[in-house]
Design a protein around this ligand. Sequence first.
Ligand SMILES: CC(C)(COP(=O)(O)OP(=O)(O)OC[C@H]1O[C@@H](n2cnc3c(N)ncnc32)[C@H](O)[C@@H]1OP(=O)(O)O)[C@@H](O)C(=O)NCCC(=O)NCCS
Length: 392
Amino acid sequence: MEMKECVIIDGVRTANARAHAEKGWFKEVTPHQTIGAVYKALFERNPKVKPEDIDVVIIGTANPSGLQNDIGRIAWLVNGLPDTVPSQTVQNQCPSGMIAFMDAARAIMVGEADFVIAGGAEDMEKVAMGSGMVIPDELWDRYSPFEIPMGYTAEKVAALYDISRADMENMAIYSHKKAFAATQAGKFKKEIVPIMGKDGDKEFLVDRDQWIRETLEPEKMAAMKTPFKGEGRVTAATSSPLTVGAAGLLLASREKADELGLSYTYKYAFGTQVGNDPTVMGMGPELAIKKIFEKTGLTPADIGTYEINEAFASQALACIRQTGIDKANAPFDRVNTWGGALALGHPLGESGARLIVTLINVMKTDFPNEKYGIATLCGGFGNGVGVLIEKV
Ligand SMILES: CC(C)(COP(=O)(O)OP(=O)(O)OC[C@H]1O[C@@H](n2cnc3c(N)ncnc32)[C@H](O)[C@@H]1OP(=O)(O)O)[C@@H](O)C(=O)NCCC(=O)NCCS
């Protein structure tokens, strides 16, 4: 059978809220409601596609336990969608939402599916990072237990690649500045599905990301303590915050999309997974970007823009420097031009899908003549992922 093309019909997300029991705007919202809002919005925005048309729903989450147990399926059912549509939950740490997207695209390309919803959801307050996880002793024999936790990997990358605290803080400042400017300009309106949340006791429609700061005080940032390592460089300001959110995309085979008269601008072109030493897992995007170039023959000159997850400023900056895809310091011209996870937040399993949703929005809005865009992120235990999107 001939390989099909997988086109991207639409992509949406909820706002990202702080994962905080008192301050978090989604403190009373469940992951079933966030990803449910994504499902509903995709059907409302694309009325020609009915829930029954979906061949499979694939949702990533980094911690599929408690409220996030089989989140893809249970959220589909609790939101009243047809039980005849199968769904699955994917776990691959932070890349979960991107792996869901790649699985969906591949199913369409080999002809197993015509319509797929792929996405990710995470509530890091109600299902804490790493909760319930049991690490076998053999892993501690192979890698130091002090070097596996995420914050420690960020410190190790900062030291190995000589990323100064000042450069990380500068990156965080620009991440917020760009995210704030994009929010003010209404650019995220095309991708954020507003849902009800609470600020204290006050209910309101949450249509913007909670963590973005309008003003930053460099002196205050420079004085912040380093939570992961006594003599370290990484702070809460240069780490992505604990966050809540969901994102999803509607994908279709090009022929079915044409049959229904659906419009689309981009297709899935290529996806790659890379593995590396878990103690420097943050370098995943460097390897993923290099592997995309190696396997496709493209070069940085071919890429319009990149969305690189800012799990930590240290690893995102080291990846940008190691690949040479942009300047050595923020502000960047082609990377995270509407800000990154340092400002937008990083709800683990959601982010892989959110990066693609934002990449498409950024490309359509600010890089309409560019053919290619790349979204990539690192993952705990050393699994990195990257995807290449192509204008059709
Ligand atoms: C770094 C980390 C430990 C901090 O957690 P925390 O101590 O609970 O703190 P918060 O994120 O709530 O931030 C602490 C304070 O610093 C403040 N702060 C953060 N950035 C700031 C900045 N740029 N300027 C001033 N204050 C700042 C926050 O506002 C907060 O104070 P508030 O509650 O009064 O608003 C946590 O965010 C973390 O673990 N992040 C990484 C998550 C991760 O590993 N993800 C996976 C990546 S692979």
